[in-house]
Design a protein around this ligand. Structure first.
Ligand SMILES: C[S@@+](CC[C@H](N)C(=O)[O-])C[C@H]1O[C@@H](n2cnc3c(N)ncnc32)[C@H](O)[C@@H]1O
Length: 232
């Protein structure tokens, strides 16, 4: 069966958008590279979508692998990387079962908005175990995913008519097309807003040590938790 995110990307492109997400690199990732200066080695981006942050990482000197379950987004990412003249290994794959990737392979892991799509804690643990397997000992894992927000935060982001969404329900969303903004109806995809204790528990159960955790108001994904974890 087609993943709901593949359906979303197809609908957005069919409506005339070049990108679903913003093409501007994630500010928190840019700051992380500046402040933590992780070694310029092999990086894996889990749930890279259309490749915005993978392309930024490649431009910053990393050897990048970007993995996403949605083939349409990976097609778009490959096309964009060609235009930017950067070499990135973009792959269609499931971040809960990383077949074909050896153990202890990457120096850095990045996850921006992917784990928030996993409401089932079992899937989250499967991903974190796989992430730990493919990261080298002492590698860092940069994580920025939705925090369980308040109604006020949702209203601030989506407007005063906001009501709690139901999976599959059609909601209006704005996309960017040539000539400006356009509103289309998109089905709600199941997601998960994290609580701090849950992150601490799940990272620790998968063998990571949290080096830093902060709540952030981000541009693409709203109120998020930023976690910098170490493969320990
Ligand atoms: C909210 S989007 C974020 C995309 C990108 N990181 C960004 O910030 O623009 C979530 C992404 O996770 C991907 N995804 C969801 N479940 C996945 C899975 N099991 N394996 C790989 N990618 C997955 C979706 O296809 C989607 O591209």
């Amino acid at each position: 069966m087609e993943h709901p995110y593949e359906d979303r990307y197809k609908r957005v492109y069919a409506a005339g958008a070049r990108f679903w997400e913003t093409p501007i690199p994630t500010e928190e990732l840019v700051n992380f590279l500046d402040e933590w200066k992780p070694i310029r080695g092999k990086v894996v981006e889990f749930g890279c979508g259309e490749g915005r942050d993978s392309i930024f990482l490649a431009r910053s000197g990393y050897d990048v692998t970007g993995i996403d379950i949605a083939p349409s987004a990976i097609d778009r990412a490959r096309e964009w990387a060609r235009e930017e003249d950067v070499e990135i290994d973009f792959r269609v794959g499931d971040v809960t079962a990383l077949s074909g990737i050896p153990d202890n392979h990457f120096d850095l892991g990045v996850n921006i908005g992917c784990l928030q799509m996993f409401p089932d804690p079992g899937d989250r643990i499967r991903h974190l175990n796989e992430a730990r397997r493919v990261l080298k000992p002492d590698a860092l894992y940069f994580f920025l995913n939705m925090g369980g927000g308040t109604k006020e935060e949702a209203v601030e982001r989506f407007g005063p008519d906001w009501t709690p969404p139901m999976v599959g329900e059609l909601r209006p969303r704005k996309i960017m097309v040539e000539g400006g903004e356009k509103e289309i109806m998109l089905p709600i995809i199941a997601g998960h807003g994290f609580q701090r204790e849950e992150l601490e528990r799940e990272f620790s159960a998968s063998g990571f040590t949290i080096a830093d955790i902060q709540r952030k108001k981000t541009r693409p994904h709203g109120t998020c938790w930023q976690v910098i974890a170490v493969h320990s």
